[in-house]
Design a protein around this ligand. Structure first.
Ligand code: ATP
Ligand code: MG
Length: 582
């Protein structure tokens, strides 16, 4: 690999996958980054911000913030360096020690980004929360993470934090952003403590293994886990941004995820900045019209979003896209849930470009498997492992070990060979749970997949969600994708429901596109469609219509909740539940 900061591969879309895999090493990838001056280690904030702050990129827009009310604010790399230094100085002045946790609870406003990066400069650990969380999920996470500092707004503090202060003894300081009343111990105003702090800060020596980020998982399968990531994870953020998202210096990049979800941090903050691109931060929630407006007006060239948003866009059809001038857009990627083949095809119809699916987890810290620009897409496949990543299909043995299954299209657990820089270093305070995710050299992902003869990986389902019906193992994704092919279906979620003869029977929950009626005729039609597509053994036996499906804040369908409700069982941990209808 060349030490060429402008191009890991020389022009968009053109790197030789086989050759790159062959020659890649994480040691050499590390050389693409600067490290702190005088060999003082690797600090994420230095790589993302400070190293660009004096050079050619100093006056380039690092973050273009688009506020809810139409406000715009451009923050250059130089400005971002100064603001994050102020924040780091403010933490020092408050007596916050390196390694202590700084939580952020606020909407996607500039201060959120300044606080996260400033925290990393100070050697403290940044932990972002969704601002839409209620008091209980906030209290639980602050307690697990032993949060010392919380950055939030007066309104959020009054509504969500004031009442839980007695559950979080360790929380010494709350930094309030913006106007509004709030009362409580250790409250400070941003303008007073950060605004007045000096804009210069020298980052202390940082060990590549120092803890940097504490990220909670989405809680799709149960109680969220706090995954620990270290400073050298930035090597993975940087190169995955190039390989999988094809970031190049001139790009205007938009990641639609909130930093409360790992995607919104690794790719909503870090990867675009280390790569020196302009990153769009849009405060508003999803709305197809305004999203298309942003793509057009801001001339977004690389766009990273999620299946749930894509399915919502699909509901609105292609006409609204075609009226727009989206000629700047050259690459689109998706993550978070399986991307139905239908959605890839729709991308081409609507934008003239496919969505490139990619797969990763909070635990992996960065993209692991992707449909690269350089590879042909097989719609419905997650793509192939990144250079530096070895993925395999394995079977767990009785002795706690695993066996690699080489046979093409065999179904098994997706595993990754340990050793990439952004791999989690632990689940905070859950040593046992962490240990159980490994077998020898392999990290076990909890997802089931297949690998085809060309080396492409296909998602089958989460191990917890797989259905056993009359001796067949059925992945919900396959059934859901078949249902979505029907023009009336917007979204589908499939569960296994206990059945005396079959063991489990396949039951589907479906939302319809506008203009279709949820009646008996539609039910029969969809049952018939699925049977034709999948065969009687795999097709759902029951279909229920819903106005919407229960989802996590990060937009993932919570099948376990549909199942618990169906069976009248306790709902379990629903702290991350977003949209809902019983
Ligand atoms: P929890 O671990 O708390 O149950 P979660 O697994 O949903 O929540 P995340 O780390 O946000 O938390 O999500 C990672 C998971 O999302 C993956 O393990 C996988 O199940 C799913 N996922 C992500 N990307 C894809 C994809 N491209 N295709 C299929 N599934 C995906
Ligand atoms: Mg998970």
């Amino acid at each position: 690999m060349r030490k060429d900061r402008d191009a890991l591969h020389p022009s968009p879309n053109l790197f030789d996958y086989a050759e790159e895999r062959e020659t890649f090493s994480w040691e050499r990838a590390r050389e693409l980054l600067d490290g702190l001056p005088e060999g003082k280690g690797l600090n994420i904030a230095h790589e993302a911000v400070d190293r660009h702050a004096d050079g050619l990129l100093a006056d380039k827009v690092a973050i273009r913030w688009l506020g809810k009310k139409g406000e715009r604010r451009d923050i250059t790399y130089r400005d971002l360096s100064a603001e994050t230094s102020r924040f780091a100085n403010a933490l020092r002045k408050l007596g916050v020690a390196p390694g202590e946790r700084v939580f952020v609870l606020m909407g996607r406003e500039p201060e959120l980004y300044v606080a996260m990066l400033g925290t990393l400069k100070a050697g403290c650990v940044a932990s972002p929360l969704f601002s839409a969380f209620g008091p209980e999920p906030i209290a639980v996470r602050l307690a697990i993470g032993d949060g010392r500092v919380l950055v939030t707004t007066p309104g959020l503090y009054r509504r969500k934090v004031a009442g839980i202060r007695d559950q979080v003894d360790g929380l010494k300081h709350v930094i309030l952003v913006g106007e509004g009343e709030a009362e409580g111990p250790g409250l400070h105003r941003w303008n007073a403590v950060v605004g007045n702090a000096p804009p210069d800060f020298t980052i202390a020596p940082t060990d590549p293994e120092d803890m940097a980020l504490l990220h909670f998982t989405s809680g799709t399968t149960g109680r969220p886990k706090g995954a620990i990531h270290v400073h050298q994870a930035v090597v993975a953020h940087h190169v995955t941004g190039r390989y999988a998202l094809d970031l190049h210096r001139d790009d205007v990049f938009w990641c639609t995820a909130d930093p409360g979800w790992v995607t919104g941090t690794s790719y909503g903050i870090l990867a675009p900045l280390t790569n020196g691109v302009t990153s769009i931060v849009a405060e508003a929630e999803f709305d197809a019209e305004s999203w298309y407006e942003i793509l057009e007006r801001e001339k977004v060239s690389v766009w990273y979003t999620a299946p749930t948003a894509i399915r919502m866009m699909m509901r609105q059809g292609t006409d609204v896209v075609k009226d727009r001038d989206l000629s700047a857009l050259r690459f689109m990627a998706s993550v978070g849930e399986p991307l139905n083949p239908e959605a890839v095809v729709w991308g081409v119809e609507a934008f003239g470009l496919p969505f490139h699916d990619n797969w990763w987890q909070t635990e992996t810290g960065g993209i692991m498997i992707a449909n690269f620009a350089a590879l042909d897409i097989k719609p419905g496949s997650m793509g192939r492992p990144l250079p530096g990543i070895e993925a395999a299909i394995v079977e767990r043995g009785e002795d706690g070990g695993v066996e690699v299954i080489d046979e093409p299209m065999a179904e098994g657990e997706l595993a990754l060979r340990k050793g990439w820089p952004s791999m989690m270093r632990g689940y905070l305070h859950e040593e046992e749970r962490y240990r159980k995710s490994f077998a020898g050299e392999w990290y076990l992902t909890g997802d089931l997949a297949q690998r085809d003869a060309d080396g492409y990986f296909w998602f089958v389902g989460r191990a917890d969600d797989v259905i056993k019906s009359a001796g067949h193992l059925i992945g919900p994704f396959e059934v859901e994708s078949a249902l979505i092919e029907h023009p009336a279906v917007a979204e589908a979620a499939v569960i296994g429901k206990p059945d005396p003869t079959l063991g489990e029977m396949v039951k589907a929950f479906v939302t319809l596109r506008p203009g279709h009626t949820a009646d008996e005729a539609m039910r029969r039609e969809l049952l018939g469609h699925a049977r034709k597509r999948l065969g009687a053994a795999v097709a759902p036996k029951e279909i229920d219509f819903r106005e919407n499906l229960p989802k996590t804040r990060s937009g993932k369908i919570m099948r376990r909740l549909l199942k618990a409700r169906e069976l009248g069982l306790p709902e379990g941990d629903i702290s991350t539940l977003e949209s809902d209808e019983k």
